[in-house]
Design a protein around this ligand. Structure first.
Ligand code: SAM
Ligand code: SF4
Length: 332
């Protein structure tokens, strides 16, 4: 295992987010339009063995933290094989996954057995009607059952992510935050980001709610939030606790409070590109090298080049980010 790599802005980059598929079983209004989507055909997706190769190389050049994401990772048929392969690599301590929980009812136990450590679950509201309007295609009951199954299987601590969307769930943040009074969960509120330049980017701009407003709503109903010392300075959430609460209320505020200065992430797209920054289009291909027999050291070199080229800063405040890739193709 090498020393933690640093980019040209002297940031330590040791966290790889791996998208395993770009398709999804939901159609959240700010993420995937109902029509006009094109998904990477299966031969373009990295195989389980190729993902394992990239993670081995990443550990070799000093990466320490790994997460699976999508699209929706649980709809990938060989997800358990991917987890088994990745979790078994020496140097991969904790392996987490971001999911909408729809399929966790049946998958939580096998995922844990395969080596998954924990899940971040995306759920925008506790109101079934709002969930159906905002996330479309799925039901609150299925997702809630999935979260319960994940907790019972020990995929903990449970972290819930809610994207706050004007006209849909901005008032529901209070009930979500209230969950932390009784449960030792992290409930985090995410500001909308416009990615991909299409319909969803327009939704994200139009429906944006600042976390300053979300925090105000929560405090007006549930009392003052007290900031909690974050153990990991690169945690994108600023964490708080409600009076007497067991869990944490977090705010992820890329627009109102950018955290580019402490970014420690590199992303791998499902079709095998290192995506250098969520909010820029710059990418470096690794699939070609994988498919032409590159050694682990050579894959590691490509990753280190990606780290060196990683940009900083974004243009969200003037409504600009990626044009080529949308959120479901990068994985958040
Ligand atoms: N399907 C999984 C899920 O929803 O958790 C994993 C992939 S999803 C793209 C990853 C995260 O991106 C989700 O937690 C979701 O909240 C967030 N997300 C999607 N579109 C977004 C947007 N336009 N702005 C901010 N966050 C977004
Ligand atoms: Fe699917 Fe996640 Fe995008 Fe929602 S946010 S459409 S669950 S990929």
């Amino acid at each position: 295992m090498g020393p933690v790599p640093r980019d040209s802005f002297n940031r330590e980059i040791d966290y790889l987010r791996i998208s395993v598929i770009d398709n999804c079983n939901l159609r959240c209004v700010y993420c995937m339009p109902l029509e006009g989507l094109r998904f990477a055909p299966k031969p373009e997706l990295l195989t389980a063995a190729e993902i394992e190769q990239v993670v081995r190389a990443a550990v070799g050049v000093g990466f320490r933290k790994f997460r699976l994401t999508g699209g929706e990772p649980t709809i990938r048929a060989d997800l358990l094989e991917i987890i088994e392969r990745v979790a078994a690599i020496p140097g991969v301590g904790e392996l987490a996954m971001t999911t909408n929980a729809l399929l966790l009812g049946k998958l939580a136990v096998p995922l844990k057995k395969a080596g998954l450590s924990r899940v971040n679950v995306h759920l925008d509201s506790l109101n079934p009607a709002t969930v159906e309007r905002l996330m479309r295609w799925g039901t609150f009951e299925q997702m809630w059952a999935g979260i319960m199954a994940a907790e019972a299987a020990g995929l903990t601590p449970i972290k819930l992510n809610a994207v706050v969307t004007a006209g849909f769930n901005e008032a529901d943040v209070v009930d979500l935050a209230r969950l932390t009074l009784e449960r030792d969960w992290h409930v985090r509120f995410i500001e909308l980001m416009p990615l991909g330049g299409g319909e969803c980017a327009r939704v994200a701009i139009k429906r944006y709610v600042s976390n300053i407003e979300t925090r105000r709503r929560i405090e007006a109903e549930l009392g003052a939030l007290v900031e909690v010392e974050t153990r990991n300075p690169s945690d994108e959430a600023v964490n708080y606790r409600l009076p007497g609460a067991r869990g944490i209320v977090g705010f992820i505020s890329p627009v109102s409070e950018p955290y580019c200065g402490t970014c420690n992430r590199m992303r791998l797209t499902a079709d095998g590109k290192f995506h250098l920054c969520l909010l820029n289009d710059d990418e470096l291909d690794v699939r070609k090298a994988l498919r032409s027999g590159a050694s682990s050291a050579q894959i590691g070199e490509i990753l280190l080049r990606a780290v060196t080229l990683k940009p900083t800063g974004h243009h969200l405040l003037v409504g600009r980010s990626t044009q080529d890739r949308s959120m479901y193709q990068i994985g958040g």
